[in-house]
Design a protein around this ligand. Sequence first.
Ligand SMILES: NC(=O)c1ccc[n+]([C@@H]2O[C@H](COP(=O)([O-])OP(=O)(O)OC[C@H]3O[C@@H](n4cnc5c(N)ncnc54)[C@H](OP(=O)(O)O)[C@@H]3O)[C@@H](O)[C@H]2O)c1
Length: 324
Amino acid sequence: MNYQQLKKIVGFYSRFTASFTQVGYRWRSLSWDKFTPDYHGQHWLVTGGSGGIGRHIVLEAARAGATVTAVARSESKLGTLRDDARKAGIAGVETECCDFTLQSDTERLLRRLDASGRKVDVLVNNVGVLLDDLSVTAEGRESSFVSNLLSHYQLTEGLIRTGLLAGPRATVINMTSGGGYNMPLMVAMLNVTDPAKYNGVFAYGFHKRAQMVLNQHWRDTHGSRGIAFYVMHPGWADTDGVKRSLPRFRKILRPILRDAAAGADTALWLAGTRPAQPEHELVWFDRAIRPAHVYERTRATKDTPRSLVAYLESELARQPTASA
Ligand SMILES: NC(=O)c1ccc[n+]([C@@H]2O[C@H](COP(=O)([O-])OP(=O)(O)OC[C@H]3O[C@@H](n4cnc5c(N)ncnc54)[C@H](OP(=O)(O)O)[C@@H]3O)[C@@H](O)[C@H]2O)c1
């Protein structure tokens, strides 16, 4: 490791460690008002709901009265979630299987939801992965691009189009990451399928930045219908995702990483309080508004929300729809 790399690592950890770990969560929570959630009568849809932060959101939202549809890939993990909810005396946890790396599978999910006719009050676009190795789907896309961004767009727009997600109570919460703070919006870097050019950490950062931009786009275009759109950062929580993708990071910080409850807290709070937010781009973290950019350099980009959405639309348009 050379001096510049060392300086970068020291700078990174000294800037974010206290804030993003359990230390920051505990410290900030000392000044919070008591929050007693009540989600009775609401239907939630939580993607990536069988593990990590998503699983905690599912169980706590259901405990506070919501009917929650947890969506994930593995039926056996969803079964464990249902069993655990039942054993804990929590009613209202339902599940749907969907692989969000595939447009066709998300399309099938949308059709099932549409057929049910049941409205969604709270959508949590939580699924997100950092893949060290390039994985290209059967539909020809870089897998994490689809799970981290394209599927969020497809699902959210699909629910709005079918009228299942509609105001005035409707809320969308997008789970971003500090990885996005390192990257500007760069549409050309979202879906890198060339092994020589793929870097998993960079890809994740570009997806998470695009997610912040997309959230602002949705606020601008759908906000007047009464739908509230939030983008939030959960902090650094000890989950299977972190264990799998960032083993060294986890080894160093494990004693002070957040638990899934702390990671999920802001999502549960946002859905319960639906706070007003200023018009400019921002990120929620530990129940407060934070800047969308921590480094000036990430503001510079030739891309725009419009070019991002045009790209996502063109991707969705080029795929055959799922067979019924
Ligand atoms: N943990 C952190 O410190 C941290 C920090 C910043 C941001 N975040 C963000 O927070 C969100 C949750 O993170 P996490 O750490 O809780 O994740 P995690 O532990 O990896 O949780 C994974 C969940 O997502 C599901 N999932 C993964 N790929 C899927 C796919 N293709 N289709 C359907 N479901 C899929 C998993 O179900 P299956 O096993 O069935 O696939 C599981 O339910 C992510 O967006 C992440 O980027 C996390």
